[in-house]
Ligand binder design. Structure first.
Ligand code: AMP
Ligand code: ZN
Ligand code: FE
Ligand code: FE
Length: 276
């Protein structure tokens, strides 16, 4: 299939995206994509409704998830691909993230309260009770809705961005442990958007860990950066992945499919056939 394109990095309402998993499948189809992976933050809940819908629409759906991990003081996003979504270890890891996020969100909201910004917690609580691993983007959006800040960006810049007055790091789960869980679930661990890390040197050092691949194609990556990371992947015998990091209306300048991989790349990553 020469015109095969697959976006392997997208978020749904099961984390901080604005489109439901089923809407994502339809959007992917409309955008002319043949393959897709939904990589919600710390959640695989999208797959329950996405798998039957993808089958109906003829979209090749590769299982994926984007875990927030920490290596020392370094925040590392890790894409787990081709995992067995019924695997107990993966499910338990997602649950641990949900719990750590609930605890951390409460602490951030408490700090905001003390700074005179009391937001209505009910809609947020309803979301996390439904198992949505909500995070700072949701809180930022609540601050905008309550009129405390003019924009999501301002909420981060002034209050909840790293190191800002109402920031809380919360518990963390290491990159090492996450790679192990992904492997035990039969999946492949990819270093997500390395070009967004503070220093290329730090990202390259992480590749001494048993990663299987690198996300080399990304919406805001320029061709030089892409070539650089593809070169590193080749040098190390690692797989290559790519995707847009589509979030829907909260990041309107990133359309689905603006970054993608071809069929050969897709087939090297995904062996579990959820689409037929
Ligand atoms: P969390 O997982 O709750 O720590 O939230 C992390 C997410 O918040 C990231 O994936 C970004 O989408 C967003 N974010 C973090 N820092 C900033 C920032 N300084 N400006 C805008 N968005 C940010
Ligand atoms: Zn996100
Ligand atoms: Fe990320
Ligand atoms: Fe992402």
């Amino acid at each position: 299939m020469t015109n095969f394109r697959a976006d392997l990095h997208t978020h749904s309402t099961c984390s901080d995206g604005t489109k439901t998993p089923e809407e994502l499948i339809l959007l992917a189809k409309k955008a002319g994509l043949k393959g897709l992976s939904i990589t919600d933050h710390d959640s695989i809940n999208a797959y329950e409704s996405a798998i039957p819908r993808a089958k109906e629409e003829g979209i090749w759906l590769g299982a994926g998830v984007e875990f927030s991990t920490m290596q020392g003081s370094l925040s590392v996003h890790l894409l787990g691909y081709d995992i067995d979504i019924a695997n107990e270890g993966i499910r338990a890891l997602c649950k641990r993230h949900l719990d750590r996020r609930i605890d951390r969100n409460k602490r951030i909201l408490d700090k905001l309260d003390r700074s005179g910004m009391r937001v209505d917690r009910t809609p947020l609580e309803e979301m996390w009770d439904r198992g949505v691993p909500i995070g700072r983007p949701h809180i930022a959006s609540a601050l905008v809705d309550a009129g405390f800040v003019p924009s999501i960006q301002q909420a981060f810049n002034q209050w909840i961005g790293d190191g800002k007055p109402c920031f809380e790091r919360g518990d963390s789960i290491t990159t090492d442990e996450t790679i192990e869980v992904v492997h035990e679930a039969g999946g492949k661990a990819f270093l997500a958007h390395p070009h967004l890390m503070r220093k290329a040197k730090e990202a390259i050092a992480l590749l001494d860990k048993p990663f299987d691949g690198i996300e080399c194609y990304y919406s805001k990556c320029n061709p030089d950066q892409e070539r650089f990371w593809v070169g590193i992947a080749k040098e190390r015998g690692l797989l290559v992945s790519g995707g847009s990091d589509f979030h829907g209306d909260v990041k309107p300048n990133i359309p689905i499919g603006c970054s993608w991989v071809d069929q050969d790349t897709f087939s090297k990553i995904f062996t579990r056939n959820w689409w037929s």
